[in-house]
Design a protein around this ligand. Structure first.
Ligand code: GLY
Length: 364
């Protein structure tokens, strides 16, 4: 994959979706609303994006000022059929029609729930994602996957449906607590591990600081995601590279959500990447020094999550309930080197258990 380390791209095309990184709050809505004969606008927010971004956002275009706002609670618990039902009821009461537009202003939960709603209400209305977290700007808002959780299992009902636009205002990241940027870096590391040694070298170099390079990093990550998704939109092969670290991290997230307090996706992903790098080394035999370069990079950036071995069986249960299960063998994405992912690797329970044991030994 070609990574240009100095030039920042600001426009991308993924199927019908135009993705734009916009440094100033320029109006990208007026023409869209006019050309598509939009009858009414609904903005879905959570309490954070409502508090920190909504007022600023609706000042961009006068049509947005007349929109109706629907608020959900932040966090995974909102990715449910109950919340879908509540939002659809509100939209029907507010007389949504097929020419309405839904704008999802928020993080990954908002774009998942709002994208799902937009895909089914009135058999589908246009929607635009305005991601306001780093995780959503580099991953969740892009690629057309929308999904809800079923009970304790993540992303069990979903569909592929592209937003009409994704507009990224990096300035909204200034409204976030610092740990939000920190934890989203797990996804940035993942892009390096699956796609580009050059990108990995850049983001792990001593001189690198995520906060001073944010816009370039967003642009690089979007380019890698768009390249991958354009090759395999429906997620049968190439796109599965994006799952690296996620089979185990989703299970860790579900464990914390059900047994303790929820932890962020990025924090769980840092542990998932360590475990799945360990399994990758067993499978592909790269050097110990490479294994520990990756592991130490992650341990130096993210807090360690203690997971008692008594929860290992529960983690396996979550992984077996995960959507990436295929014909009863567990289907993982692994890496054979930094920058080189291999999809559809069959992984055993024993390998997962030994990776959790390895992670426990990483505790400093
Ligand atoms: N976030 C993984 C994907 O879009 O396929």
């Amino acid at each position: 994959m070609k990574i240009q380390l100095s030039k920042m791209e600001t426009k991308f095309l993924l199927n019908k979706t135009s993705i734009q990184i916009v440094e100033k709050k320029i109006d990208l809505f007026g023409n869209f609303i006019h050309h598509n004969n939009i009858s009414s606008i609904f903005i879905i927010v959570d309490s954070n994006s409502k508090k920190y971004c909504l007022k600023d956002f609706i000042s961009i275009n006068s049509s947005l000022a007349n929109s109706k706002v629907i608020e959900i609670n932040p966090g995974e618990a909102s990715k449910s059929l109950q919340v879908l039902n509540q939002i659809c009821l509100q939209l029907v009461n507010l007389q949504i029609d097929r020419n309405s537009l839904i704008i999802n202003l928020g993080g990954g939960v908002v774009s998942d729930v709002g994208g799902f709603v937009a895909s089914v209400i009135k058999r589908g209305v246009k929607f635009i994602n305005i991601p306001t977290t780093l995780m959503a700007q580099i991953d969740a808002s892009i690629g057309g996957k929308v999904a809800l959780n079923i009970n304790k299992y993540k992303n069990q009902v979903g569909l592929f449906n592209d937003p009409d636009k994704v507009i990224i205002y990096p300035d909204y990241l200034k409204t976030l607590p610092p740990e939000d940027i920190l934890f989203a870096q797990a996804e940035v590391f993942k892009y390096g591990l699956i796609s580009s040694q050059l990108f990995w070298n850049k983001i792990t170099s001593k001189k690198f600081s995520i906060t001073s390079s944010l816009k370039l990093i967003i642009s690089d990550c979007i380019r890698m995601k768009v390249d991958i998704v354009n090759q395999d939109y429906y997620d049968y092969s190439e796109r599965r590279k994006l799952n690296f670290g996620h089979s185990i991290s989703h299970a860790i997230e579900s464990l914390f959500f059900n047994e303790f307090d929820p932890i962020s996706h990025g924090l769980a992903l840092s542990a998932g990447i360590i475990c799945e790098t360990y399994i990758s080394q067993i499978r592909f035999g790269f050097s110990d020094s490479k294994l520990y370069t990756i592991v130490n990079t992650l341990l130096n950036h993210f807090p360690y999550i203690f997971i008692d071995s008594k929860y290992d069986v529960q983690i396996l249960d979550f992984i077996h309930g995960d959507k990436k299960k295929s014909n009863s063998s567990l289907n993982f994405t692994l890496i054979k080197d930094i920058g080189s992912a291999v999809v559809n690797c069959s992984v055993s329970n024993e390998e997962i258990l030994s990776s959790l044991e390895f992670y426990r030994k990483c505790r400093i």
